[in-house]
Design a protein around this ligand. Structure first.
Ligand SMILES: Cc1ncc(COP(=O)(O)O)c(C=O)c1O
Length: 458
């Protein structure tokens, strides 16, 4: 094939076929970035940063790798905001969604039902801690948190307890960004601006570290609060074992066991927000299993569809469900809905995700991966700019010290990671790793070596 001439400003370039392909991709890339910034407002982003920090259009993804238009590949060490379980464009999940696409894409869930949602619910009831018997669907983590809060309040109300109007959460907690979910959160970065328009809630101290002593001491604080105010408290909502957006703070499972007992004593609901920790992140399928407890509500999303489609669910007990069950007209029904509740494609992705958990012994395999990561994490201990290294199951965190927020170490680590083929997205001064479960030991080596390089480069 003959050469092709491309006019670029004042220059004329002579390109062969391969060069032309690369040139076209690069132009697509540049064009996409420009078109994006013309019309998009990105989540959790100071948009002015993109004057100096380029957007990265992703052309395709497979396994743990994302690939841009220049052919650069990045290991997705954060599972694309903690949703991806079994790698991108997973063949099995793809197949199951495609099958569903030709059968039923969506039907409203009021008055109607379908095979995928029934099957997913049956499986979730079996897999979650014993005593969670009914599933209520929603579209994302925040809206499911809203569902759990409203259900808790409404259940007490239906019991004739009108004063249980307050929610308790842990210091440093994060439960999402909608007004109710933000109200029970406690991370200043997200909450402070909106404080004047949020619900009043109470924060009780989270255990300060991963020790049993810290768990006991924090549980005592919660008990004191209940002694004083339980008549007004509807529920306590917690992120079991790991506070994700709260800088990957981790605590001991004993705390969950103790607050379960306190909640029983003082007639306060326990809401376990497992949006991040659910589906194996902590080493068990659900984090509550570490404490052998059943919460009154468990909130699930993110990994529920393997990272494919927006879906969330709240599971609760038959006992709570029964409080809403009565003849029409008593204002007792839970009149909450979202248009896409129980979407059939998302439920098909959910069933495919559970198939993989079942057929491939994922929890056992993850134990080995977690052990391997633990070994590799040793190389971070003792670095002069590392305050603490911690790990719970498939989540690792390296907390840095000695930097001011203005130094923006998170952005520097992010940029170093991208330049070396790994997507890292530190939370302030905490660099964390939460890869898809399909990551291989060789890919863990690359991920850890680049992270070490990033921290050493600061
Ligand atoms: C523990 C927890 N709860 C709730 C949410 C909110 O989920 P979503 O972003 O899907 O609204 C998140 C999101 O990161 C989370 O980590």
């Amino acid at each position: 094939m003959s050469d092709i001439y491309v006019i670029l400003g004042k220059f004329v370039l002579k390109l062969d076929k391969e060069e032309l392909q690369r040139y076209n991709l690069r132009m697509n890339n540049l064009e996409l970035k420009k078109r994006d910034l013309d019309v998009l407002w990105h989540p959790c982003t100071q948009m002015k940063d993109h004057e100096t920090l380029p957007l990265i259009p992703i052309k395709k993804a497979h396994g743990v790798y994302l690939e841009d238009f220049d052919g650069n590949r990045y290991i997705d060490a954060v599972s694309s905001w903690w949703v991806n379980m079994f790698g991108h464009t997973n063949e099995y999940i793809n197949k199951k969604i495609k099958e569903q696409l030709d059968t039923l894409e969506h039907v409203m869930l009021a008055g109607f039902t379908h095979e995928q949602v029934v099957r997913l619910s049956e499986r979730l009831v079996k897999l979650t801690p014993k005593g969670l018997d009914k599933c209520f669907y929603s579209d994302n983590g925040s809206s499911a948190v809203e569902v759990a809060l409203k259900m808790s309040y409404h259940a007490h109300l239906n019991d004739g307890k009108k004063n249980k109007t307050t929610f308790v959460s842990l210091s440093n907690s994060y439960h999402g960004e909608t007004i109710g979910a933000l109200s029970v959160g406690d991370v200043e970065l997200y909450k402070d601006t909106y404080a004047p328009i949020l619900l009043e809630t109470i924060q009780t101290p989270v255990p300060v570290d991963m020790s049993v002593e810290a768990a006991i001491s924090a549980a005592k604080q919660f008990e004191l609060l209940c002694q004083k105010s339980a008549k007004n408290i509807s529920a306590i909502i917690v992120e079991p074992l790991i506070q994700g957006a709260g800088y990957m703070h981790m605590y001991h499972s004993e705390y969950l066991r103790l607050i379960r007992e306190i909640c029983n004593t003082y007639d306060v609901h326990l809401i376990a927000d497992e949006v991040m920790v659910g589906f194996g992140r902590t080493g068990k399928l659900f984090a509550c299993e570490h404490a052998n407890i059943t919460p009154d509500f468990i909130v699930l999303s993110k990994g529920l569809t393997g990272g494919y489609l927006p879906l969330s669910v709240v599971l609760t007990s038959n006992e709570i469900y029964a409080k809403f069950y009565c003849d029409y007209g008593e204002y007792k029904a839970f009149l909450h809905s979202h248009s896409y509740t129980g979407n059939a494609l998302a439920c098909a992705a959910g069933n495919a995700t559970l198939d993989i958990f079942e057929s491939e012994n994922i929890i056992e395999k993850n134990e080995k991966l977690a052990e391997y990561m633990e070994q590799k994490l040793k190389s971070f201990e003792g670095l002069s700019n590392v305050k603490e290294v911690r790990q719970t199951g498939m989540v690792c965190a390296i907390e840095l010290k000695g930097y001011t927020p203005q130094e923006r170490v998170n952005v520097r680590v992010y940029q170093y990671g991208l330049a070396h083929g790994v997507l890292l997205r530190p939370l302030g001064h905490v660099v964390y790793l939460m890869p898809p479960y399909t990551i291989t030991p060789e890919e863990i080596d690359i991920m850890m070596d680049v992270t070490l390089g990033a921290i050493n480069s600061l």
